[in-house]
Design a protein around this ligand. Structure first.
Ligand SMILES: [Zn+2]
Length: 173
């Protein structure tokens, strides 16, 4: 009996681990529409195949450097990849979607090590060193060009998926 229960317990535990091992951990703070933000971040995380080694924290805050709508920080410690997206609390609802898509492109660049922060203003982009990114205009930075190019398409993909989900939910009812 003990043996049987032990097997059952092992199965349950491994079942749980399997369920979570593919999904990134996502936490959203300070948003008026947390569920929607969570759904959107989840969509991009799945699209980019982020696994359980990736944690995403999305904070809506007034504590953001001047002239910035949002920014993304990345940290890796003992195999765990932590992404913190900060987005200005007063970003208009119509802009939140595209801003999140843009920052999630940066998240992917960090996770896939296309973009690496070497400290201070020193970054590495696709194997090339940029010792002082402040000297490069925003729109000439490779990672920004990529984010600017991809954000609209990603957000469109998300909205299309959401419409399909609504249609399916409608049919079930
Ligand atoms: Zn950017």
């Amino acid at each position: 009996m003990y043996y049987y229960r032990h097997i059952l317990f092992t199965l349950l535990v491994s079942g749980c681990l399997t369920l979570t091992s593919y999904a990134a951990h996502i936490v959203v703070l300070g948003s008026h529409d947390r569920e929607e933000v969570q759904r959107q971040i989840q969509f991009y995380a799945d699209l980019f195949a982020f696994d359980s080694t990736v944690s995403l924290l999305v904070t809506f805050t007034k504590d953001i450097p001047q002239n910035l709508a949002a920014f993304t920080q990345f940290q890796e410690a003992s195999g765990s990849k932590q992404i913190h997206i900060k987005i200005h609390k007063y970003t208009s609802p119509s802009e939140v979607g595209i801003t999140l898509a843009h920052e999630m492109v940066h998240a992917r660049q960090f996770v896939q090590q296309d973009l690496q922060h070497k400290g201070g203003n020193f970054y590495e982009w696709k194997g090339k060193d940029f010792t002082n990114i402040k000297k490069i205009p925003y729109r000439q930075r490779g990672w920004e060009q990529e984010a600017l190019q991809q954000a609209h398409r990603l957000y469109y993909q998300y909205k299309k998926q959401k419409r399909q989900d609504v249609l399916i939910a409608g049919k079930v009812k």
